[in-house]
Design a protein around this ligand. Structure first.
Ligand code: KG4
Ligand code: ZN
Length: 345
């Protein structure tokens, strides 16, 4: 069965063809980063308009790369939520229209389920069950994944997501959008010991996170430094790098500390880290150290950490194989908790 996957929940247009027998056949992505960088963040209306421009050419591109005709597609999976309503609707309309013309099923997929299952696209895919640390721009969650479609939320951020905190702190440091990769690059020339920042919620036994206070602590330290009148440009540059390193280290310490706790509490030994922030080098290095504690750690390849069509095609194919169907309505869910999948909502 060949499934076309369509991702358009935010600022990336992702298309992919996934075959249940042969694996991933082709994938293509257009990132709108340059379009939104001018504004320092995603402008929803511009995002929707650009998805409309990209969806058809990218569909043609993946068909060409996979050497298949449109008529060879057996099903269409699209991101139905969570995300920006207008952006989601562009992918949903395209999916429904194409499926109708091809007389094949179309299925709305949960974006986070795509991230959770993304490591299954890799040759060394994790076996079930596992704990998933899902760290993206909008979510920071620890999830007990019993099987595809069987998810239990163990903990989540009570305020900012980790990626959001990266982006906001980066903005304060004058870095370009999206801030996560830029902050991480700056941190490489910094010393994380110079500035001390808190490790929020680490002393609590639960598996929840909070990153808003950490972001505020970083902003306060930055203001205190820049309020000084005796600072040279060189000193300011070095302080920014040190602060970036300290911030990144604090986020990584909390994410890894809570993931270790989740593994211990569930008695599981496999950890999957996915979502945009799982591309972070420091996080990956720290997570690899869990292997010496007898745990196995899995990630998607770097290009499938951030939003992409391949994870949506895979998640859709998995649901269709389990007999899931959906009606012909074009409906999207900008807010859609992952746990509601368990309740069939
Ligand atoms: O999963 P994703 O592409 O979109 C959402 O579903 O939110 O994640 C985007 C987030 C952004 O906040 C971005 O700054 C962050 O992932 N990100 C990173 C890195 N690469 C992307 N954060 C830290 N380090 C990175 N290398
Ligand atoms: Zn995402």
């Amino acid at each position: 069965m060949i499934t076309l996957g369509i991702e358009s929940s935010c600022d990336e247009t992702g298309l992919a063809l996934y075959c249940t027998e042969r694996g991933l056949l082709a994938h293509a992505l257009f990132s709108q980063v340059d379009l939104h960088a001018l504004y320092g963040g995603v402008v929803p209306e511009l995002a929707s308009r650009d998805h409309v421009r990209r969806l058809v050419p990218l569909t043609r591109q993946v068909c060409r790369e996979a050497a298949i005709e449109l008529g060879d597609i057996d099903a269409v999976a699209y991101t139905a939520g969570p995300g920006l309503a207008g952006a989601l609707l562009t992918g949903a309309m395209m999916a429904r229209g194409l499926a109708w013309s091809l007389q094949c099923p179309a299925l709305g997929v949960h974006h986070l389920e795509g991230h959770v299952l993304a490591p299954m696209l890799e040759p060394e895919a994790p076996e079930f069950p596992f704990v998933c640390l899902l760290v993206s721009g909008g979510h920071t969650q620890l999830i007990h994944v019993q099987a595809p479609g069987d998810y239990r939320l163990l903990g989540e951020s009570i305020d900012d997501a980790a990626g959001e905190a990266f982006d906001k702190t980066a903005k304060m440091l004058g870095l370009s959008y999206p801030g996560g990769p830029a902050l991480s690059k700056l941190a490489q020339s910094g010393n994380c010991e110079v500035v001390s920042l808190p490790r929020p919620m680490m002393d609590r036994a639960d598996l929840d996170f909070s990153f808003s206070g950490l972001k505020t602590a970083a902003i306060t330290r930055f203001k205190a430094f820049t309020d000084r009148t005796d600072v040279t440009d060189e000193e300011l540059g070095q302080f920014k790098a040190d602060l970036a390193a300290a911030f990144e280290q604090a986020v990584v310490d909390v994410l890894i500390g809570k993931s270790r706790r989740a593994l211990r509490q569930t008695g599981l030994s496999r950890l999957v880290i996915s979502g945009g922030v799982s591309a972070n080098r420091q996080l990956r290095e720290a997570a690899d150290s869990l292997e010496s504690e007898g745990m196995q750690v899995f990630y998607p390849r770097l290009e499938f950490c951030t939003d992409n069509g391949a994870m949506i095609a895979l998640a859709g194919a998995s649901r269709l194989q389990r007999g899931e169907k959906s009606d012909l309505a074009v409906s999207v869910k900008p807010r859609w908790p992952l746990e509601s999948l368990m309740m069939g909502q």
